[in-house]
Design a protein around this ligand. Sequence first.
Ligand code: GAR
Length: 195
Amino acid sequence: MKPLKIAVLGSGKGSNFRSILSAAMSGALRVRPVLAASDNAGSGLLSLAENLGIETCAIEEPRYRTRLSLEVENALVGRIRESGAELVVLAGYMRMVKQPLLEAFPRRIVNIHPSLLPAFPGLDAWKQALAAGVETTGCTVHFVDAGMDTGEIIAQSEVPVLPGDTAETLHARIQEAEHRLYPEVLGRFSRRELP
Ligand code: GAR
């Protein structure tokens, strides 16, 4: 079976993308990143991709902060289609996904979120977990729909909240779990196990 072609979208430092790349390069995960797109020109995701010769796409959207305009999202759809990606992987992409992407890639956009959804959707989920005083949080990989972190859950991993945790220590522990969970789930897609 051929490696699954993926397009990865992110806004931040790109540690999830790095974990996917490591798993792919070690042979543990049969995916081939064919496009890395970011709405943040300084994103670690873009520099990682550039260093590896993976095609990049810098998304320019000065008008809105929480979504893309229809024109810009349509252009992104065009770039993803040209890349031949079979799955769109959101890895720290901090904008809502709208109809152009959802209609172009039905059930083929996935996201990782730093909580056990449906608990703590939205921003800074680890801070929400600390404020709520829960003993266990975690991360979730889910299909993306038009809601905020509401799509069908594919897999979750639990992470304990420890006494003395700060937002930083808790997020770091959740990210360790993310870096195991996302490659595992992408492995299921690469084996065509998820219809
Ligand atoms: C990750 O913790 C991811 O779960 C979160 O952003 C971080 C990106 O880190 N995503 C969301 O909160 C989406 N709602 P990374 O850039 O190092 O992969």
